[in-house]
Write a protein that binds this ligand. Structure first.
Ligand SMILES: CC(C)(O)[C@@H](O)C(=O)O
Ligand SMILES: [Mg+2]
Length: 552
């Protein structure tokens, strides 16, 4: 046992005295020590209830003969951090979470880990730690929030952000906005659509790191508590069999994750997180390979923000296992891979059934023959940029128009709220990349306000920042290289024509090469916006978005 480093022999008597200080018994010390990473806090709706999940996990570990030892992980609510300086501190927590778990788990020589995340950056941060540490590891998330009800309409956080634009455009009253505010987010859990948190929790299940049900069972269902108990038992089984994270998260597992991403219509943020997680697991994900997978994977789900169903509906339809069964019918899944159930994907999906073809389209009757995400390349983004095409109005799949250039999210948001963006425009928001932001802000307020004004069918937006999973429209993010390092997006001028052809995977700044060279020669890198603290250190070290914005 790895944990013997902290508890066996005469030289470990001091260590044991410290365990005794916490009330641990000989029996508890003799058993495998399982680190239980609890990201509970009182500022994220997806995390407020996690103590109940943690208690159930610990019960499962004890039932199966282990000793759980809990330690914390931080987390940020992207919704509450949105549209202000706070959002610069969101993506960066992913690395803090991974690094801090590495520190605690190694310092205390845990034998195995159970990770309990829920929201956006906590899931990938923990998956990165799992890949780095390569211990037996099981994930059980907090589960999705139920959808809100407003009159006879169901709604989610997307509607709230879009309503802000509707009020600004005079299409909705402030009274209606306040009424919606009271019912959009009715329970604890990760926001109810196929936004980033749920995307990542679903992908965790596909990777094989979460038990069946991990991605979709609602936070308030008793089945989630039972799942947590099973996760505690599963980690003990993995420990006994010597199954570690990297045996599960191999190259084929990431291919499965990307295929499911395309079928589910996941958040564009998965294209940052999956390469970052793969990097920690020793696997390389290439953006061009992602397009190949998207080209051959049907899009089966249009949950919010692409449609009006929610994660709870996907759960009732059979959840992620039913999605995998649909994909398997097309032969696009590697099914011989091991998962935390101790069984293969083929064994896990044997009895999975699609119980609602309106929510989960059968693979021979998809929403589209191609997947939810497209990576565009061209002179404006030589290293690629990302769009969730399944949440884009069909008329915007091909668009060209004049650039409206902003050097920060704030400047652009003001212009949108003052109704200064017009039909046909291509909004450019730059110096918001991983290094330039710093921290690559998520720009749901801008994209939602445009959608709330009805402009999502007429306006495209491109940025070196990123979006929320709740963003819809021709919102093209992660433009690489970013403006702060002299990427071509830095050279766009007001009125330049930008042509986007999403299904051709192309984005073009229609300015002659010689002119772009002239602009490049006249360009100087801006001074760093932040000069102290973690953000300043992050800005110096972070890689480009096309490689996952990682620190190594
Ligand atoms: C606040 C949201 C909706 O969670 C967003 O952060 C996302 O990325 O989906
Ligand atoms: Mg987010």
């Amino acid at each position: 046992m790895r944990s013997e480093r902290t508890k066996k022999g005469i030289e470990r008597a001091p260590h044991r005295s410290l365990f005794r200080a916490m009330g641990y018994t000989d029996e508890e010390m003799a058993r495998p020590i399982i680190g239980v990473v609890n990201s509970k806090n009182e500022i994220i709706p997806g995390h407020i209830h996690l103590d109940a999940i943690v208690d159930a996990v610990k019960a499962g570990i004890r039932m199966a003969g282990g000793t759980p030892m809990e330690f914390p992980a931080i987390g940020v609510c992207d919704g509450i951090a949105m549209n202000h300086e706070g959002m610069k501190y969101s993506l960066v927590t992913r690395e803090l979470i991974a690094d801090s778990i590495e520190c605690v788990a190694t310092a205390h020589a845990f034998d195995a880990l159970v990770m309990i995340p829920n929201c956006d950056k906590v899931v990938p941060g923990m998956l990165m730690a799992a890949g780095r540490l390569d211990l037996p590891t099981v994930f059980v998330s907090g589960g999705p929030m139920l959808a809100g009800k407003y009159g006879n309409k169901r709604l989610s956080l997307t509607n709230m952000f879009e309503a802000v634009g509707s009020v600004a455009a005079g299409k909705m009253s402030e009274e209606e906005l306040s009424e919606m505010e009271m019912c959009a987010c009715p329970t604890c859990g990760s926001c109810s659509g196929m936004f980033t948190a749920n995307s990542m929790n679903c992908v965790t299940e596909v990777l094989g790191m979460g038990l069946p049900g991990n991605g979709t069972i609602p936070a308030v269902y008793s089945a989630r508590i039972a799942l947590a108990k099973k996760a505690g038992m599963a980690v003990m089984d993995m420990f006994e069999k010597g199954i570690t994270a990297r045996q599960i998260m191999n190259e084929k597992a990431f291919e499965n994750a990307l295929a499911a991403d395309m079928a589910l219509g996941c958040s564009s943020n998965t294209i940052l997180h999956l390469p970052a997680i793969a990097h920690e697991a020793g696997v390389k994900i290439n953006l061009r390979r992602i397009n190949e997978i998207s080209e051959t994977t049907p899009n089966l789900c249009r949950l919010a923000p692409a449609g009006d169903s929610f994660i709870e509906d996907l759960d009732e339809a059979g959840g992620i296992q039913a999605v995998l069964a649909e994909l398997d019918k097309k032969g696009i899944l590697h099914t011989d891979l091991l998962t935390v159930t101790g069984k293969t994907i083929a064994e896990n999906i044997k009895n999975a059934r699609n119980k609602n073809p309106a929510v989960l389209r059968p693979s021979d009757n998809p929403w589209s023959a191609t997947g939810g995400i497209a990576i565009l390349f061209g002179n404006l983004a030589p290293n690629g940029c990302v769009v969730k095409r399944s949440a884009c109005a069909p008329e915007m799949l091909k668009h060209s128009g004049p650039a409206r250039v902003f050097n920060s999210e704030e400047d652009c948001f003001k212009a949108v709220m003052n109704n200064r963006i017009k039909a046909g425009d291509v909004v450019v928001i730059r110096y918001e990349g991983p290094r330039g932001g710093p921290g690559m802000r998520e720009m749901l307020s801008v994209t939602a306000a445009l959608a709330g004004q009805g402009l999502d069918k007429q306006v495209a937006l491109i940025t070196d920042g990123r979006f929320s999973g709740a963003t819809r429209g021709a919102s093209i993010g992660h433009c690489s290289p970013e403006a702060a390092v002299g990427g071509p997006i830095a050279f766009v001028e007001e009125g330049d024509i930008i042509a986007v052809d999403i299904n051709a995977y192309s984005i073009k700044l229609e300015v002659a090469d010689e002119e772009l060279e002239r602009r490049k020669a006249a360009w100087t890198a801006p001074e760093p916006k932040v000069t102290k603290g973690f953000l300043a250190r992050y800005a110096k070290m972070v890689s480009s978005a096309d490689t996952g914005a990682v620190l190594s």
